[in-house]
Design a protein around this ligand. Structure first.
Ligand code: S3P
Length: 174
């Protein structure tokens, strides 16, 4: 049975950085739903939001999620922060994933980690304020589908990779 590890969590939680290293560590391939959306659209996430709006972005995002979940072989997937907003996406993750890991952090940490990237239009303006609202609105959704929650506050990427690797090693893939 192929292993499908899905990392969920807010922007700045470390899904991409952790996912890439975790995949290398466990010999899996790595996919990122944002990367696939950008590749297919031929433009950045910010440009998609500007040209077509969030609703269209969410449609592209759901299509990308469906496709990465259908990949063959062992895979680690960094699922963009907003995928959990759709009940269909949540059900698709639960149906296909062997392990769903929610990477969490406090709002100050999320704000610090997202400070340098210009590619997150939803964080324009008061980024910490927005992250706080999103954390309040989405935590229940991440919690609904996750097998594990890992608090990444104050931890290095390698620490988190080690923690996640041991968590998913502890239980048989389903
Ligand atoms: C979003 C998260 C971003 C990106 C877009 C919207 C969100 O992805 O898809 O800016 O709604 O949480 P990351 O979580 O990979 O940063």
């Amino acid at each position: 049975m192929a292993r499908v590890v899905v990392l969920v969590g807010l922007m700045g939680s470390g899904k991409t950085a952790v996912g890439r290293r975790l995949a290398a560590r466990i010999g899996a391939s790595f996919r990122d739903t944002d990367d696939l959306v950008v590749e297919r659209a031929g433009k950045s996430v910010r440009q998609i939001f500007a040209d077509a709006g969030e609703e269209t972005f969410r449609v592209l995002e759901s299509a990308a999620l469906t496709d990465v979940l259908a990949a063959r072989g062992d895979v680690v997937i960094a699922a963009a922060g907003g995928v959990v907003l759709s009940a269909t996406n949540r059900a698709a993750i639960q149906a296909s994933a062997s392990h769903v890991v929610w990477l969490d952090a406090d709002v100050a940490t999320l704000g610090e980690r997202t400070r340098h990237g210009a590619h997150r239009p939803l964080l324009d303006g008061d980024a910490e304020g927005r992250l706080g609202e999103m954390r309040a609105a989405r935590s229940a959704l991440y919690g609904e589908i996750a097998n594990h929650r890992v608090d990444t506050t104050g931890k290095s990427i390698d620490d988190v990779v080690t923690e996640v690797a041991s968590l998913i090693e502890l239980e048989p893939a389903s």
